[in-house]
Design a protein around this ligand. Sequence first.
Ligand code: PLP
Length: 370
Amino acid sequence: MKSEDIFVTKPSLPQLESFLPYLEEIWSSQVLTNAGKFHNLFETALAEYLGVKHVSIFANGTLALLTAIRSLDLKGEVITTPYSFVATAHSLLWNDLTPVFVDVDPFGFNMDASKIEAAITDNTSAILPVHCYGYPCDVEKITKIAKKHDLAVIYDAAHAFDVRDSAGSILKYGDLSILSFHATKVFNTFEGGAVISSTAEQKEKIDRMKNFGITDEVSVVETGINGKMNEFQSALGLLQLKNVGQAIRGRGELSARYDEALASVRGVSIMSHMAAEHHNYAYYPLLIEENYSISRDELYEKLRDERIFTRRYFYPLISSFSMYNHLPSSCAANLPCANAIANQVLCLPLYPDLCFDEQDRVIDRIQKYS
Ligand SMILES: *Cc1c(COP(=O)(O)O)cnc(C)c1O
């Protein structure tokens, strides 16, 4: 029997029939975008679901990030991580800011907060950390450093939908956080994103900026952009909110099965100890270490030959791309942990519809090659 392809992720979608009434309403109202009914309903429902006050929904996460950064009027250098999706650092270049890369924690995937202060100069205006794979950053330490040096903090929380610590949503930290609802993320609206503001004034500014800086029919007060989420995406988002809790529970169950099966495999390091109080199991990263019988890339290729498509998130590091590799902070000596992890990491298939038989096929191969 030919075995089926297993991809690293598959988008969660509602039953098509359940979406049809929403489509009919959009078609008959002919309101397609510009803060329509579903936009406003979804924005309110999302804020309530996440337990945060000020949410602005966007057409995608990158526009949310670009707008969040621009709204703070930053200059000079911004401290960030090389271990992320390229949109993180690109959003700084698009805002004429210079990224300064800080290494990640030796036992994790997030920016090492103890290395931030050494990277601060007279030109530093902000910190842009990433809650990588949905694991919370050291938010306490980052808050302290930002206060002490009067720096803004924007969290790229693209992976951190509904992650909570003992104080509630981790989206409450920093001046602003952004989410992504891209098809590959835990919660999707095909494309989509959001900015979470810490104050009502910030949200008002973000809302204005995502609509060209328009305040009324005859007034434009700043250089905004078109970041609006349309009615189709918003209605889908409203419907997806009903299912995401169950999807996250399904991911959690699969993660626990991986943990149990892989914890004792020689040369493999699992990272489940990093789980937050309420995690979203967005990814299942493994480290393939030196005492595994083959290299990470050999394992990646062997799995691919067996139609199991894992991903090397995040390899290569952002700092190695041509628009970043000339920066002093991109040198290998500055980023030993990020380089080591980028060369060992492999994200395994994880999505609610992954059946146990398929997951067992992935587990079996990783055990077999150890
Ligand atoms: C997905 C992602 C983004 C960009 O979000 P889009 O919705 O795809 O534009 C930004 N940062 C990180 C870390 C991401 O994973």
